[in-house]
Each structure stands twice: as C-alpha cells, then as structure tokens.
Design a protein around this ligand. Structure first.
Ligand SMILES: [Zn+2]
Length: 60
C-alpha cells in the first residue's frame, strides 16, 4: 500500500492507487507519494519529512 497526500487540502490516505477525486476535498488534485520506505520513520507508513512539507506544491 502507498500513502498519498492531497496537494490541495493536505489530506493523507492509504491506497494502492490514487482515486479520481480526493476523498476529503472532492477535487481532482495532484497526489504526492508520502510513503515511508525506511524503518527510521517509525513505521507509521508516512514519511514525516515528505508529508510535513508543503514546499513541493507546484504553482503552475
Ligand atoms: Zn484534497
């Protein structure tokens, strides 16, 4: 499973693939893969370094 973060509202959820619409805000957003692949993150499944930052949002 992969953890995804909505670029619009910041909602984080788990799934095999991204849905057509964000489960939280209902928009067709860009979803970032925020899954943690290293045990250093505490095995919560989410990488806090990725999930906690909003600087990767594109501003196109
Ligand atoms: Zn959203």
């Amino acid at each position: 499973m992969t953890w995804w973060k909505c670029s619009n509202c910041g909602y984080i959820f788990e799934g095999d693939k991204v849905p057509d619409q964000c489960p939280s805000c209902g928009e067709k957003c860009t979803f970032y893969d925020v899954s943690c692949y290293t045990p250093e993150c505490g095995f919560c499944g989410i990488d806090p370094k990725i999930a906690g930052t909003r600087q990767e949002e594109s501003r196109f």
